[in-house]
Design a protein around this ligand. Structure first.
Ligand code: COA
Length: 277
């Protein structure tokens, strides 16, 4: 009894700590080669291994640099898990084996000048020995179904480096077309980065995959408020995105991780700038 009086109070959980109450991985969409599931805290170690890989970084990240352990933990806990819980970020699993193989997301959801709602697609198949087996293509198709069916987006856009022919081939196969190109100067490396901009509209996607088009007359999905839930996914508009009317405030900055942070493993996790990839 007396001991209870002297017991130390429980420490407050860190806001960035993985939430153990997060439900176990739930199947979001099943494909032929890949499945989309919710992320769980247990995925952290694999995520950190993928983002520490130099080859992946050079195909993925706009600063071309891998993330150190502190950066990738911060990214996972601050963005990946919350976005997964909000239904816009997914773990990719091998359909046949169930193995966790990558991560994918739709971020930066904005309303364009013509009123279309557009989201930015991101993907990594982190298990490199599984590249070229159709996982990326299938996962991309599943995310587009999520985007156009569940989240009512009008278009999905992406950026891909010209030196990434595997990704470009996968995106073309699903129906993305090149809509622009720009060059970024990577001062740390003193190199130019040639970036292709690709887009697919909902109409283009359903035309390509008519079998996957939802039955729009069937409004049974709306019965228990699922439509309202999808709207809530995006959160409030933020002041800094007013001119593009951004509906998702996560990962919009896409700022490069400052060089000093990239070299300093001891920075507090709170100091993270959302990594650009
Ligand atoms: C890009 C990525 C998601 C593609 O996933 P994947 O499972 O490897 O791709 P898939 O097997 O589904 O498709 C690969 C396509 O590229 C083609 N391909 C494979 N190697 C290639 C190469 N060296 N050059 C050109 N095309 C190539 C394949 O033939 C296939 O195209 P096809 O279906 O028209 O035949 C994955 O490789 C990856 O995560 N890479 C590292 C991170 C990255 O680049 N992310 C994307 C950033 S925009």
């Amino acid at each position: 009894m007396l001991r209870r009086f002297f017991r130390r109070p429980e420490p407050e959980p860190s806001p960035n700590a993985p939430d153990d109450r997060v439900r176990p991985a739930i199947l979001v969409r099943e494909g032929e080669v890949a499945d989309l599931r919710t992320h769980t805290p247990a995925n952290l170690a694999a995520f950190q291994r993928w983002y520490a890989d130099r080859e992946i970084a050079e195909l993925l990240r706009h600063d071309l640099e891998p993330l150190n352990a502190v950066q990738s933990r911060g990214y996972f806990e601050t963005f990946i898990l919350p976005l997964s819980n909000r239904g816009v970020c997914y773990a990719i699993h091998d359909h046949e084996t169930g193995e966790l193989v990558g991560t994918t997301a739709i971020t930066d959801i904005t309303t364009t000048k013509d009123g279309s709602i557009s989201g930015l697609f991101r993907i990594v198949i982190g298990e490199k020995d599984l590249w070229g087996r159709g996982l990326g293509t299938d996962a991309t198709k599943l995310v587009l179904q999520e985007a156009f069916d569940d989240h009512d987006l009008d278009e999905v856009r992406l950026e891909v480096f010209r030196h990434n022919p595997r990704a470009i081939a996968a995106y073309r196969r699903v129906g993305f077309r090149v809509t622009g190109e720009h060059v970024e100067w990577i001062s740390r490396r003193r190199v130019e980065l040639h970036v292709l901009e690709m887009t697919i509209s909902a109409d283009e996607f359903w035309e390509r995959y008519p079998d996957t088009e939802p039955d729009w007359d069937d409004d049974s999905d709306d019965v228990d408020g699922e439509t309202a839930e999808a709207e809530d996914t995006y959160g409030p508009e933020t002041a800094d995105t007013a001119d593009e009317n951004t509906r998702d405030d996560d990962l919009t900055a896409e700022g490069d991780v400052p060089a000093v942070e990239a070299e300093n493993d001891s920075l507090p996790e709170q100091a993270h700038v959302p990594p650009k990839d």
